[in-house]
Design a protein around this ligand. Structure first.
Ligand SMILES: [Zn+2]
Ligand SMILES: [Zn+2]
Length: 334
């Protein structure tokens, strides 16, 4: 299996570049956003140095590997699986659209350009996974998306979507009725509240949902995505879940959340109770990966509860799993 990770020059550089790619070609009148992007200093912006990825393959782009913690270098939880010219987004944490714009640059995959984002699958409705949802609904629409967003997720997604559209009612009215003349019909989000099982299928992608135990949430899901060349299992946020090994059996890639096991032991009982039922230790991830015999583990949504280093967390996975283990970072590409 080939693996491709790029190192970014600087975040600031990418955000400037992100403003450039976000502007659709001739579809939208120059907005104040675009004028600001044009006026921004660009002298330091280095061009991307990577070759565009082969669009016939399936790619994983980590858009955000963070947690509720407001870490400057880790945006909110969001992962893009890109196949057949479409970006299938898993979750939409804070900054998802700008991270997708950056991902389009570093990967050379046009599916990640903001105006092309049109598929989202939510593992659960925790705020760190959904704060980017209004961004995903509105920003690509403003930037020229030509089809409604399709969103899949647990019960509650319909109500959240309706409430968000209502919250932005005046913004939408001004953009539709004012000089921008945006099409209201392209803003109609097509939602589907899901149950475990096959939830989506098209000629290149098959998405299956499975229930995971995420503390006191009634409904939380992980996803198994299958294309012609890859099988990818994404844990979502989950407490320790033995069933994950069966679900991920033989998968090419297991993208799993994790906390540092040693750190949890140093925390007070309340914290231990919370993380012990809402999340999974890196040691447990290793046991799952070994039993499932997956090709590769990517850690995401990493919780450092007592200052463990990334290497220490990877070592905890390796206690049981002798395959490839990567500590995922924003905008890594696999
Ligand atoms: Zn989370
Ligand atoms: Zn959660």
């Amino acid at each position: 299996m080939r693996r491709h990770i790029e190192t970014l020059p600087t975040i600031a550089c990418l955000l400037v570049l992100g403003g450039c790619v976000a502007a659709p070609s001739g579809e939208v009148p120059a907005s104040s956003l675009e004028r600001e992007a044009t006026a921004a200093p660009v002298a330091q912006a280095a061009p991307p140095t990577t070759e565009p990825r082969d669009p016939s393959r399936t790619w994983i782009v980590l858009l955000g590997t963070g947690t509720p913690g407001a870490e400057p270098d880790r945006f909110g939880p969001a992962t893009a699986i890109v196949a057949g010219g479409t970006a299938y987004l898993i979750d939409a944490g804070p900054g998802v659209v700008r991270r997708a714009a950056a991902g389009a640059i570093v990967s050379g995959l046009p599916a990640l350009r903001p105006q092309n984002l049109r598929m989202a699958f939510f593992t659960h409705l925790h705020s760190d996974h959904t704060i980017g949802y209004p961004d995903l609904i509105l920003s690509p629409w403003v930037l020229g998306r030509t089809a409604p967003l399709q969103a899949f997720g647990p019960p509650g997604l319909d109500a959240m979507t309706t409430a968000l559209l209502e919250a932005y009612r005046e913004d939408i009215r001004v953009r539709v009725e004012g000089p921008e003349q945006l099409r209201r019909d392209l803003l109609a989000v097509e939602t589907r509240e899901i149950e475990p099982g096959l939830i989506y299928e098209d000629p290149v992608m098959r998405v299956e949902a499975f229930a995971v135990p995420h503390g006191t949430w009634d409904q939380a899901f992980g996803f198994k995505l299958t294309t012609a060349d890859r099988t990818i299992v994404i844990s979502g946020d989950t407490g320790p879940f033995d069933g994950m090994a069966d679900i991920a059996s033989g998968a090419d890639v297991l993208i799993h959340e994790a906390y540092g096991a040693e750190g949890l032991r140093l925390r007070d009982p309340g914290i231990q109770r919370y993380h012990g039922t809402f999340h999974t230790s890196a040691i447990k991830v290793g046991e799952i990966a070994a039993e499932a015999e997956v090709g590769m583990v990517i850690l995401t949504h990493q919780l450092h509860l007592a200052g463990e280093t990334p290497d220490e967390m990877v070592d905890q996975v390796r206690l049981s799993f002798d395959g490839e283990v990567v500590y995922g970072r924003d905008l890594d590409i696999f």
